[in-house]
Design a protein around this ligand. Structure first.
Ligand SMILES: C[S@@+](CC[C@H](N)C(=O)[O-])C[C@H]1O[C@@H](n2cnc3c(N)ncnc32)[C@H](O)[C@@H]1O
Length: 316
């Protein structure tokens, strides 16, 4: 983990106290902590840094980070590396979705947080418009891949064609990415280990429908954002799934209750309210749809419409 991130990290179990973690470094180089542990002086919780990867999640999230199913599987890694980076190895039918999301951000002196960053493309795009960009995800496999490609400034992976048949893919990445200004850690969107008001920008792209408590995720995104000039990009297919979250926690796709109607409409309302989960309010700058693709195998593609809204807080 890059040394510049150490003093920003708080305990994800004691967030209300904003307790900064204490580092015990066991192996490091000039830029990074390679092995060590972060300890909470409040609850004595311990968070490991191993192979340069910091895992700063509540104890109940730990099993998900280590899972080799779902977002931890090798097939998902191939799918997301293709989805994020196929433009660079000239994959036919590459998706330009990440470029489109990235275009929504205005340059800021501060830091950006990409929540649910997967293998890191949007985080790297955010280094072009921000002093530093941090990507967080609960998948250790994705974070390992994101850190590796950022360190190599190059992509190399086995693209699944069918079953166990794979083909090597490699390419250099955009030289305009600020690789030294990006870092990726394992963290939970519902318990972010960062000081409040730290980020000028936050992105929540295709994660809202993937967390068990979507409102909690928004509360956390809001907590870490600057209360005066922040910009917030939220994009999602709003394909709510009972296997992920209980319908009474959905922020849309319901016929009654406070979040009846469509998800995007409800998010726009929350963004503009001056009280509530995303207060103080944002002004909506842009709204639309991004056509996004995930490639599972050479014959199986998911074509997804992700609806987005970009909000910005004006100077108080
Ligand atoms: C549909 S993918 C979207 C990934 C990326 N934002 C993109 O658009 O390509 C959802 C991502 O959210 C991550 N995720 C799911 N639950 C999470 C949580 N509680 N905290 C952080 N990341 C989470 C998954 O590991 C996965 O990388």
């Amino acid at each position: 983990m890059k040394k510049w991130l150490v003093e920003e990290l708080i305990c994800p179990e004691c967030k209300d106290e904003q307790t900064l973690l204490t580092l015990d470094s066991r192996k490091e180089n000039d830029e990074e902590i390679l092995e060590g542990r972060l300890t909470c002086p409040g609850c004595q919780g311990v968070y490991d840094i191993h192979d340069g990867i910091a895992v700063v999640v509540p104890a109940k999230t730990l099993p998900i980070t280590r899972s080799t199913a779902g977002y931890g599987s090798t097939s998902m890694l191939s799918s997301y590396l293709w989805s994020h980076y196929s433009e660079f190895f000239n994959g036919p039918d590459a998706t330009d979705a990440y470029k489109k999301w990235a275009r929504a951000f205005r340059p800021r002196d501060g830091w950006a947080l990409d929540i649910g960053c997967s293998v890191g493309r949007l985080t790297l795009e955010l280094t072009k418009t921000h002093a530093r960009a941090v990507g967080v995800d609960t998948s250790l496999s994705f974070i390992r891949a994101a850190r590796h490609l950022a360190a190599q400034k190059r992509l190399e992976f086995d693209l699944i064609l069918e079953g166990k048949i794979t083909r090597k893919r490699s390419s250099s990445l955009d030289p305009a990415f600020g690789f030294e200004h990006a870092e990726f850690i394992v963290a939970d969107a519902m318990a972010l280990p960062f000081r409040s008001n730290r980020f000028a920008t936050a992105a929540s792209v295709n994660i809202l429908e993937k967390v068990p408590d979507p409102l909690r995720h928004l509360e956390e995104a809001n907590r870490i954002m600057d209360k005066t000039r922040a910009q917030f990009l939220l994009s999602d297919p709003f394909s709510w799934d009972e296997a992920v979250s209980s319908p009474d926690l959905w922020l849309g796709g319901r016929n009654s209750g406070p979040f009846k109607g469509y998800g995007l409409d409800n998010i726009c309302r929350l963004l503009q309210e001056d009280t509530g989960v995303l207060a103080p309010g944002f002004r909506i700058q842009e709204q639309g749809e991004v056509l996004w693709k995930i490639r599972k195998t050479r014959n199986l593609w998911e074509h997804i419409t992700s609806q987005f809204v970009m909000g910005q807080r004006l100077d108080q």
